[in-house]
Design a protein around this ligand. Structure first.
Ligand SMILES: [Zn+2]
Ligand SMILES: [Zn+2]
Length: 292
């Protein structure tokens, strides 16, 4: 009997088919609408590694990373990416060796030099700017305008009330230079709880304003949490998978972030990293031109 059952159902797909269902990817098996979607033929076409063209959120030796710009370029090209967005810490993150405003020119000259010599990879000038306590972005507009794109993150004053913290982040989202909201709850798994924040309002605002929200793929963070990734997706928020890599070993973080994105039902179109460099830069520029 067991033998004949195995003969009829050699794999999962056959089992699902016998039940009139499309095969459900394991990431979606949470008894939260996936069987209904499978029955209706409406399962998402989940994003895959081969869809990802750009590598985002990495730190070089200009802040607390161990890697040169040239090493980031060659390692990301070897990993199959067409572009890499370098995002060192900004000046207020002094403890993380934040890039001083007067050193931005030197970093950009190094990026230009690498781009002039490299083939098959484009290095983009990004920054992980602190969202200061009053909600302004570190450096101010003149310096931020020199970057191709800006990740805004909270690295200080985690103890604010929910109302204060939400206002702080919403204020940062008013700045047209903000491209991506980094690690949106600040949690460190088993170490630090998420800060108090009205995520629903933040995600709705991100959708309205065309700001991407990060899935930070550092295994200590996994921030956004996958449940909120799915909520963000339903609201139409674009998700950015950020490696938060400080060494080239951190390139493999992306696989973890990708798993979280898939568990949040994300298709390629909902993930910023699937765009080519021009498409990514257009996403970043769009907010600045709308505001100008
Ligand atoms: Zn950060
Ligand atoms: Zn970072």
């Amino acid at each position: 009997m067991g033998g004949s059952l195995e003969g009829s159902f050699p794999d999962e797909a056959r089992v699902y088919r016998a039940l009139g269902l499309a095969w459900v990817p394991p990431e979606l098996r949470e008894a939260d609408g996936e069987l209904e979607a499978a029955a209706a033929g409406r399962l998402p076409h989940l994003v895959e590694q081969t869809d990802l063209r750009g590598f985002l959120h990495c730190h070089s030796h200009f802040s607390d990373g161990t890697v040169t710009i040239a090493e980031w370029a060659s390692s990301c090209r070897a990993a199959g990416y067409g572009w890499v967005g370098i995002t060192d810490h900004s000046q207020s993150s002094a403890y993380s060796g934040g890039l001083r405003a007067e050193d931005v020119g030197q970093q950009h000259a190094e990026i230009d030099a690498v781009n002039a010599g490299a083939t098959g990879i484009l290095v983009l000038k990004g920054v992980e700017a602190d969202i200061l306590a009053d909600g302004s972005l570190d450096y101010g507009p003149d310096v931020l305008d020199r970057f191709d794109f800006v990740i805004g993150s909270i690295h200080s004053r985690f103890g604010m009330s929910e109302e204060e913290m939400t206002r702080r982040v919403l204020t940062a989202m008013e700045d047209p230079r903000l491209t991506i909201l980094g690690h949106p709850t600040g949690r460190l798994l088993l170490q630090r709880e998420p800060y108090a924040i009205d995520l629903e309002r933040v995600l709705q605002t991100a959708a309205d304003r065309g700001i991407a929200v990060e899935v930070n793929a550092d295994p200590h963070r996994l921030d956004l949490d996958w449940r909120m990734v799915r909520r963000a997706r339903d609201l139409g928020v674009t998700i950015s998978i950020g490696a938060n890599a400080h060494s080239t070993g951190g390139i493999t973080n992306v696989a973890i972030g990708l798993g979280i994105a898939r568990k949040g039902w994300l298709e390629p179109s909902g993930v910023l990293n699937t765009r080519d460099a021009d498409g990514f830069l257009a996403f970043a520029r769009q907010r600045r031109t709308v505001a100008a």
